[in-house]
Ligand binder design. Structure first.
Ligand code: SAH
Length: 291
């Protein structure tokens, strides 16, 4: 009881400090117009770490709190949010792999979210990251990671780096992560955030992921976080026998999350759940889906 009161007080203080500084009201949801404005503002701005010195309240608030304490408070508040996210949004649904749950507890999602939306980092929702793209809902990140069934010695390819968050989650579970992003400012920002946070086994490439990363193939797993209407053949070719491809497939409002198991007897495809991802763009759009 005393513990939860302490957390609530900490959360309230941290939110108030951030809101005061930014002169924003803590709205419960993101209205479309706000999302648009924030997306424009988010632009190429780095997601840089929580509460940089310029975030800290100065003369406006007559509080004599050392900067280091503020930072510790914000970190603790985000951590509490993250642990709750894993319990209530992920484990309470159906993701049970202990390694995946631990990775989700460990990786600070708020470090990959633009400042405008940072306070929503641990809510059950995708969030805008600029350039009309989104960081996936935490549950979907956990589910796709679990479906990959990665081992510590594995090497994995991701198509659609976005914020870099999914790559960071994978990086604590495998040996190397290779990730490709087609929007250059996103690729640059993700790379700088990943370096800043020390995810040094993630390698970012800017380009069309359709052709995969032949120099680094074959991979134990391939994960695609934008939806094509057909599965790109080069990605299947770059998967090891015994490897798994996790990919949303379908048109904009009618996609399914698909797992393809590449076996010696050929590929086995299973459908998991309906999903909604941003479309995979580039070369794949020239292909016609089989009716
Ligand atoms: N995994 C990301 C979320 C990705 S959103 C995260 O954790 O934040 C999907 C991303 O796929 C977008 O950034 C989009 O620009 C990118 N994308 C779309 N088509 C692509 C392609 N052909 N090659 C590489 N990236 C692509």
């Amino acid at each position: 009881m005393a513990q939860s009161l302490r957390w609530m007080a900490a959360a309230l203080l941290a939110t108030a400090l951030i809101a005061c500084q930014r002169r924003e009201l803590a709205t419960p949801a993101i209205p479309e117009s706000t999302a648009q404005t924030a997306r424009d503002q988010a632009g190429d701005a780095s997601t840089s770490s929580v509460l940089s010195p310029s975030d800290l309240p100065t003369s406006g608030l007559r509080l004599n709190v050392p900067k280091a304490s503020l930072r510790a408070l914000a970190d603790a508040t985000f951590r509490r949010g993250r642990l709750d996210m894993v319990e209530h949004q992920i484990r309470a649904r159906d993701v049970r792999d202990p390694r995946v749950l631990e990775a989700m507890r460990r990786v600070p999602r708020h470090e990959f979210v633009p400042r405008e939306f940072r306070r929503y980092s641990y809510v059950d929702s995708p969030l805008e990251i600029g350039h009309e793209q989104t960081i996936s809902q935490p549950y979907i990140v956990a589910l796709m990671t679990e479906l990959l069934r990665m081992k510590p010695e594995d090497r994995v390819l991701e198509i659609g780096t976005g914020s870099g968050y999914q790559a960071a989650v994978l990086s604590v579970l495998v040996k190397e992560v290779y990730t490709i992003e087609i929007v250059e400012p996103l690729a640059k920002r993700a790379e700088s955030d990943l370096r800043r946070l020390g995810y040094d086994n993630v390698h970012v490439l800017c380009g069309d992921g359709y052709r995969g990363w032949p120099d680094k193939a074959p991979f134990d797993g391939v994960i695609v976080t934008a939806a094509p209407e057909t599965i790109p053949q080069p990605l299947m070719d770059q998967l090891k026998t015994g490897g798994r491809l996790v990919i949303p497939v379908g048109p904009r409002f009618d996609q399914e999350l698909v797992v393809v198991n590449k076996t010696e007897r050929g590929p086995f495809r299973e459908t998991v759940i309906p999903v909604r991802f941003v479309p995979m763009v580039g070369e794949v759009q020239k292909e016609r889906p089989a009716k």
